[in-house]
Design a protein around this ligand. Sequence first.
Ligand code: CDP
Length: 249
Amino acid sequence: MSEVKKELLYTGKAKDVYKTDKDDEVIIKFRDDITALDGGRRDTLSKKGAYNALISAKLFEVLEEHGISTQYIKLEEPDEMRTQALEMIPLEVICRNIATGSLLRKYPFHKNQELNPPIIQFDYKNDVYHDPMLNDDIITALEITTQKQLDQIREITYVINKVLSRYLKERNLILVDFKIEFGLDKDGNIVLGDEISPDTTRLWDSKTLDNFDKDIFRKGEEGVVEAYKKVVELVLTDEEIEKWNVDKL
Ligand code: CDP
């Protein structure tokens, strides 16, 4: 990272945000830290940051090709993404195609029940309140977004789900569910931000239904980084894998 990039603006659970020479661009550095269970389990897993950045960059590129605006500009290093600066909206937008995880704990869905149409849920990104689930009225009453912005976020999320589900299915992965975050650019447009990686999605092998995502870590099992690497290999092209020297990171 060059000297001008070094001013840290924000540090999160698994990523840091740095200033750049341009006011409207930031660098997101993906760290190797991993947390789960509301911070109750944490570890540092070598190369995880780079794998997540490579996967996020690729999926943002795919979404851009399908007309979705994302904050992604380019990867500067395998674990450093240059992005457009956004004013982030404190919503965790969760989209589900299959019932698993907290949905099974909280509601009487059948295990692995197919959800068609997919379920979109909004959680408040707020550690003090432990990310409570919101509805439209709470979101607008708290002035997190307007109803119009929320409707737009819902529509964009459906499209993202369609595009990514198809892209991943062609690579033998089922997109079970995922969490995304949006922000506003300087003109007030809603833009996809943050990341889309095995930390923030559930990805299952199409045949075996094995996890290739953070559920491995949540369950306290071995092989987290190996699974993330497998996703890199499935999602990137051979040329991209060679360009980023994935085997020697
Ligand atoms: O992981 P858990 O079962 O507690 O939560 P969930 O609500 O079933 O998670 C749905 C999806 O959103 C999963 O793909 C999670 O990885 C993702 N998620 C996330 O990335 N960050 C959160 N704070 C909550 C969920």
